[in-house]
Design a protein around this ligand. Structure first.
Ligand SMILES: [Zn+2]
Length: 473
């Protein structure tokens, strides 16, 4: 190699491990986490109330910080699914984020995401009827919107972004936010647009909580996955984010249609969703991809820790020693490479180190994996990486042949200047986000919100779990 390329720059050393850059197939690019903003996680439904009074950074700062956190931990590609793609500034906000990602050097899949139903909570019109007048007046404006206009604006935004931003380093995907937050009419338009685009990837949060499953039974008389299938939305280009509350039949439908899922192991625990049955999904051949969802185990977007968490949580399916083997290190690592790549629609070799693959490469220092104080040579590299690697072992990052991080130093952006800008922003905006009136209103709402969701569970059709972890009776 040296003789052939005498002037080539050398990255890493004799004890380095080189592997494909990891891919986060589900993120929202929010930068600072809720924990950093002083808001702890709880049930997802409670969290929505809590999050609505925390400080938000502008899109360019969010995206830049997310890119920094992902790149330094070894993610060379990120899928940003949107959270403020509505209103007159939607296009400007999307472009601010996309431009920030582009400057950082990370490979980007971007899906604008909106909801044209169930924006405040499931069956929000019925929920309103349960509120006393003062709280009714507080919540009602949040449930008044023009669903048709939301869908029209989304389709226009998607088409504009697709035309202007789709390229080798950035893909624009369909992301209609939640399955339960999207009307049938809107889904049909997204399906037709994806088909017209030759199979544009569609990414949907689906069955994250039991309440969402119950709502589907109540509303459609079937599971959300069955409903999506009836609408013709499920196919090899469809990815269901979370997919915690699937039934056995849902898994069969997904496998038949070739649909994928993104697994957000720590996020599902943080917001108390449960554990997605990925062991069963992989048994059926479903493509399971890594998603950090901005809520990782150490609150730092470390994809290695997240893959390890996925491996751990999938080790509890049952008690048959002979027929329930653990997922292999190769299966788990593939979640963060080829499986994740498949959901994003870049070139087929994305996520590999094959000839002609995009040069998305990370270099890790193996010292902490091998010399603390000794590790057997008999351990396969895939096992070493899954069980002992950490994001902090990443020393160098190359994306599309461009050195983005060299010897732990960013080449593309000034991290200290970015941190200073973020500190300056939150200092002046934190107090404005959580006004006492808003915080008090959300607090007063809480018991009604709880009762509403508790009653929804009467429609839940779950009698048998996938994973058995203990037993009361
Ligand atoms: Zn998400």
């Amino acid at each position: 190699m040296r003789a052939k390329y005498p002037d080539a720059e050398v990255i890493g050393g004799p004890e380095s491990i080189v592997m494909p850059g990891l891919i986060d197939a589900h993120s929202h690019g929010r930068g600072l986490s809720p924990i950093q903003k002083g808001v702890l996680y709880d049930y997802l439904e409670n969290a929505f109330l809590d999050w609505s009074s925390m400080v938000y950074l502008p899109n360019d700062l969010c995206a830049a910080l997310s890119a920094v956190r992902h790149l330094r931990m070894g993610c060379t590609s990120i899928h940003h699914t949107g959270w403020n793609d509505e209103g007159p500034r939607a296009l400007e906000n999307a472009r601010l984020a996309i431009e920030s990602y582009r400057r950082s050097g990370i490979r980007l899949a971007y899906s604008p995401a909106v909801r044209d139903r169930n924006r405040f909570c499931i069956d929000e019109a019925e929920f309103l009827k349960t509120l006393p007048s003062e709280l009714h007046a507080f919540v009602a404006p949040m449930t008044r919107y023009d669903a048709r206009k939301i869908a029209d604006d989304y389709m226009a935004l998607f088409d504009t972004l697709k035309q202007s931003e789709d390229g080798p380093m950035s893909r624009v995907l369909h992301g209609p936010s939640w399955a339960h937050g999207t009307t049938d009419e809107f889904f049909t338009r997204i399906r037709d647009s994806a088909n017209a685009g030759g199979g544009t990837p569609i990414h949907i949060h689906t069955l994250q909580t039991p309440h969402q499953r119950a709502w589907s039974i109540k509303t459609f008389g079937c599971s959300l996955v069955e409903h999506l299938d009836r609408l013709g939305v499920l196919g090899p280009n469809t990815t269901l984010g979370h997919a915690v509350w699937l039934s056995e039949r849902d898994i069969e439908i997904m496998a038949d249609r070739g649909a994928s899922t993104t697994h957000h192991a720590s996020c599902n625990l943080h917001v108390r969703n449960g554990i997605s049955p990925i062991w069963y999904m992989m048994q059926k051949g479903i493509n399971v991809a890594l998603g950090l969802d901005d809520k990782s185990l150490n609150d730092d977007d470390d994809p290695f820790m997240e893959l390890r968490m996925s491996a751990m949580l999938s080790r509890v399916p049952g008690f048959d020693l002979g027929t329930m083997p653990p997922l292999t290190s190769a299966q788990i690592l593939s979640m963060g490479t080829t499986n994740a790549a498949r959901t994003l629609g870049f070139v087929p070799q994305h996520g590999t180190l094959h000839a002609n693959a995009p040069a998305d490469v990370i270099v890790l220092d193996s010292a902490s994996m091998l010399h603390d104080p000794w590790t057997s040579d008999r351990l396969a590299i895939s096992d070493l990486l899954l069980w002992r690697a950490k994001g902090q072992d990443v020393t160098d990052v190359v994306v599309d042949g461009r050195v983005v991080i060299c010897n732990r130093q960013f080449k593309t952006l000034d991290v200290e200047a970015l941190y200073a800008e973020i500190r300056h922003y939150v200092k002046h905006h934190e107090a404005k986000a959580a006004t006492p009136e808003r915080t008090a209103g959300l607090q007063a709402l809480r018991p009604y919100f709880h009762a509403w969701h508790r009653n929804m569970l009467s429609y839940l059709d779950v009698t048998e779990p996938f994973y058995r972890v203990n037993g009361r009776i």
